[in-house]
Design a protein around this ligand. Structure first.
Ligand code: AKG
Ligand code: FE2
Length: 303
């Protein structure tokens, strides 16, 4: 006779699970009544996603005011201030492609247009272990929401150890020059606005995967503002931006308050990282991974 199993006390081994080991409490940083991003059937979520998609389609940029709770912004500000001493002081000259000068090109070529970048980064590898920004980035619900808004198939967190989720820091008079991003999408969360200036300026879809459009780039660099758009963010606002095709910059800040912005960054290829020269120009150094993974992009654009 087979042994009787007492089903009351029997517990099957836990099945494999895709949930994170640590639960991320969305309500620590998002008001879920206002922004029910976890509820896939919610009409509120759908209209938010529809609005973001429409803006991204039209301008390569969408803006959700007051998306992150004030208490979470305060926690991020405190973290950024604790890490501020390690913000890499940047004072170098960069062109929109973050490449070295190429004297074989004519003087007025956009690749020879260099501006002084004084803004700094608190690199992603410095975030504290209980960082709220790290939790926002680690949340699968947030990744899913961002992917729905971008409407571009699955997106992944970025493998770049320095650039994946940094704080960008601009002290009085700092400037973040015209450039294209090496990755496709950036999600910005403003943590502290400057008193004046620090505006995000961009030209939607100035280049395409097939054309650098150097003539139009030159015009913008010379001051043409015809197609330029300006985004003035407030603390807690979320911005979704396609930075690989839309050239952008942040205007010089004025006044004593440091502009701090968190930049959780997403990609369609979870393997790629910044090219070594890009990592050096923005984050101060290139790690072995930047050399190991320097391979052809699917597009042929300069970055
Ligand atoms: O500070 C910002 O708003 C934009 C930063 C940026 O463009 C970048 O990190 O590539
Ligand atoms: Fe950028």
């Amino acid at each position: 006779m087979s042994e009787l199993v007492n089903f009351d006390s029997y517990r099957a081994p836990a099945p494999p699970t895709a949930f994170s080991a640590a639960e991320i409490r969305l309500e620590d940083f998002i008001d879920l009544d206002e922004f029910p991003i976890h509820d896939l059937a919610s009409p509120k979520r759908q209209s938010l996603v529809d609005q973001c998609r429409a803006d991204l389609e039209a301008f390569g940029c969408s803006h959700v005011p007051r998306f992150i709770k004030e208490s979470a912004i305060q926690a991020m500000l405190e973290e950024a201030n604790r890490l501020m001493k390690d913000a890499r002081p940047a004072d170098d000259f960069v062109n929109p492609y973050l490449t070295p000068d190429d004297p074989s090109l004519p003087d007025d070529h956009p690749k020879r247009f260099f501006e002084n970048r004084t803004s700094a980064f608190i690199n992603s590898d410095l975030l504290e272990s209980h960082s709220l920004l790290r939790k926002i980035y680690d949340s699968d619900v947030v990744v899913h929401f961002v992917a729905d808004c971008l409407n571009n198939g699955p997106v992944y967190r970025w493998a770049d150890p320095l650039g994946r989720c940094p704080y960008s820091v601009m002290r009085t008079g700092d400037y973040f020059p015209w450039h294209y991003d090496g990755n496709e999408f950036t999600v910005s969360i403003l943590v502290q606005a400057a008193e004046k200036g620090g505006d995000f300026e961009y030209v939607p879809n100035l280049r395409t995967p097939h054309s650098e459009n150097f003539d139009a780039v030159s015009k913008v660099l010379q001051g043409d503002r015809e197609r330029l758009r300006v985004l003035k963010l407030k603390e807690g606002d979320l911005q979704l931006f396609k930075g690989r095709y839309s050239m952008h910059r942040v205007t010089p800040t004025e006044g004593p308050v440091t502009r701090i912005i968190a930049l959780p960054t997403y990609v369609t290829n979870p393997y790629l990282v910044n090219r070594p020269h890009h990592a050096k120009a923005f984050y101060g150094r290139a790690e072995p991974i930047h050399h190991e993974r320097e391979m052809d992009r699917s597009d042929k654009l300069t970055d």
